[in-house]
Design a protein around this ligand. Structure first.
Ligand code: CDP
Length: 243
């Protein structure tokens, strides 16, 4: 059996959460005046900002696509975002995450509306305490909406995993490092489709299904927080305009 360090006998985690509880989430939209769209997310101690430019003319032009916009994403961790200063140069991990973030957002965007253009998404991790790829996707989806880019649905992302033999939602860095497995997931809840599904570690098929269900539950909660954040910004703006 496990000698449990991160979860006590009554199923309470080191930070006081229940097994199926998300960390506190704070979302803010339109935080950068120089980008076309932006959003900031705090999920527990993880802090991530997303900025969107576009649709805009793509350079070099020969790369442009005749029938749709090209989505380009960069996931990057600031040197001060982790305990041990990280080199600002893009690591292999950041290159991989830039790709999976792009693939997670791509199905949500009507790229065919903007042929020959590019839509550029920049995700900057300011402070990392686990779950930054998911927090980045959640924020980037809001930044796309803030840029006025038409989407099929918001993309909501969250990880779940197995820690000390138990299934937990929204892992912290300490939980991630101690986990037997973690499964980051992104979904478009209104369309019922999954746009990101990764797994690190080993699970039985039954365990995998339970963990995916838990992550879907977390994503749906995040989806309603995203909607609230959009309403908080745009309903308030609409009211000012109508006055
Ligand atoms: O952040 P996320 O869970 O999406 O990605 P990960 O590769 O599973 O990394 C988990 C955590 O490890 C990050 O959130 C950071 O807290 C930490 N990390 C770190 O301390 N130094 C790095 N160079 C990369 C990750």
């Amino acid at each position: 059996m496990f000698s449990r360090k991160l979860i006590d006998e009554s199923g309470i985690r080191a930070d006081g959460r229940r097994l199926d509880e998300l960390r506190p989430i704070k979302l803010e939209i339109g935080v950068l005046s120089n980008a076309d769209g932006s959003a900031y997310i705090e999920q527990g101690k993880s802090k991530v900002i997303a900025a969107v430019y576009g649709p805009r003319e793509l350079h070099p032009k020969h790369l442009s696509l005749p029938d749709r916009a090209m989505l380009r994403c960069r996931y990057h961790m600031a040197p001060f975002s982790v305990e041990q200063r990280k080199s600002p140069a893009p690591s292999r991990r950041e290159m991989e995450l830039s790709k999976v973030v792009r693939e997670a957002l791509e199905p949500s965007i009507f790229l065919e509306y903007y042929p020959r253009t590019s839509i550029d998404v920049f995700i900057e991790v300011l402070e990392a305490d686990g779950g930054t790829r998911c927090a980045g996707i959640t924020a980037a989806s809001l930044a796309l909406a803030d840029a006025g880019i038409p989407t099929r649905d918001l993309v909501s992302a969250c990880a779940a995993g197995k820690v000390e033999g138990l299934f937990v939602l929204d892992l912290t860095d300490a939980e991630d490092k101690a986990s037997e497995a973690d499964v980051p997931l992104a979904i478009m809840p209104n369309l019922g489709s999954i746009t990101l599904l990764q797994m690190d570690g080993m699970l039985t098929l039954d365990e995998f299904q339970s963990i995916v269900e838990l992550a879907v539950k977390g994503c749906k909660q995040i989806h309603s927080i995203q909607r609230e954040a959009l309403k908080a910004k745009y309903v308030a703006v609409k009211e000012v305009v109508e006055e």
